[in-house]
Design a protein. Sequence first.
Length: 304
Amino acid sequence: MPIRIDNELPAKQSLEIENIFVMSNQRADMQDIRPLKIVILNLMPTKLETETQLLRLLSNSPLQIDITFLQVKSHISKNVSKNHMDKFYNTIDEIKYNRYDGMIITGAPVEHLPFEEVDYWDELCSIMEWSKTNVYSTFHICWGAQAGLYYHYGINKYPLEKKLFGIFPHRSLDITHPLMRGLDDVYYVPHSRHTEVRRQDIAQVKALQIISYSEIAGVHIVSDMDCRQFFVTGHSEYDRDTLAKEYFRDKAKGLDIDIPYNYFPNNDEKAVPVMNWKSSASLIFSNWLNYFVYQKTPYDLSQL
C-alpha cells in the first residue's frame, strides 16, 4: 500500500525502483481517507540512507501513510546539505501543535557521551516529553531507545568491552505479544553499538516488559505496558551493505574493529553478505503500524 512523501525526496526514486508504492502529495490529497500520520526524528548522520531504509519498511502497511521528517534545531548535520534539511525537514516549533499516530526516533553516533553532554539533549528531552501528549505510539531505535529508556524511566546505558557488531539471533520472550506475531522462533537482527542497557535494570521497572532478547546481543525490544512506547536496540532497518560500509570505513581509519559477527559468508570480506533479517524487519515494523498505530489510535487525533 502507498506511502505518502514529498515528490522530490531523493528516497522516492530508490523506492520506486524496488516496486514500492510511493504516492505523491498531490495524488494522496485526492483520496477520501485519513492517512496514518507518522513523524520521523532522524538523528542519524546518513540522513538519506536512513530515510530510504525506514520508508521501505513503513510502506508495508494497509493504509496510506503521511510522513513528516523532524530534525533537531540545536545540531547542524554535517553529512547532508542544508538545502535538503530545509526542504524536507521540520523543527519541533513548526509541528508542536500537530498530533501524530506514530513516531520514530532513530539512533545517533553519540554513544560515547553521557546523555546530558549530547549537544541536542535538552531539545530531545523536550521532543520526547511532547510525544507523550501529541503521539500515540513511539518507536525508538538503538541510541534513540537508550535515550528514551533513560529519559522516561531513568535506565542508564553501560559501555561494552568491544563494539557489538554483526547479525545476531534473537528469540521472543512473549510469543503472544502482537509485535512478535509471525516471527520465527529464532530471527536475526543487525546490531552496531558500543553500549548496552541491562536486563536486570529493566526488570526492576514494573511499567516495562522485555519482549525480545538475544543470548549474545542482550536486550532487544522493550515495551511499556500500554504499548505506547517501544525501545528497540537493534537496526532491523539496515540495508545489506550497511555494516560492510561501517566496517571498511573504520578499518580504513585504522580503528580497532572486528569483522562483523555472522555477516560475511565464511568471514570472507570480499563475499556478498547474506541478508537474513529482511523478513523479521518487515514484520516488526508492520506489526507496530497495524496493532499499535492503526488499530489503537483515535480516528480523531484531537482525542489523544
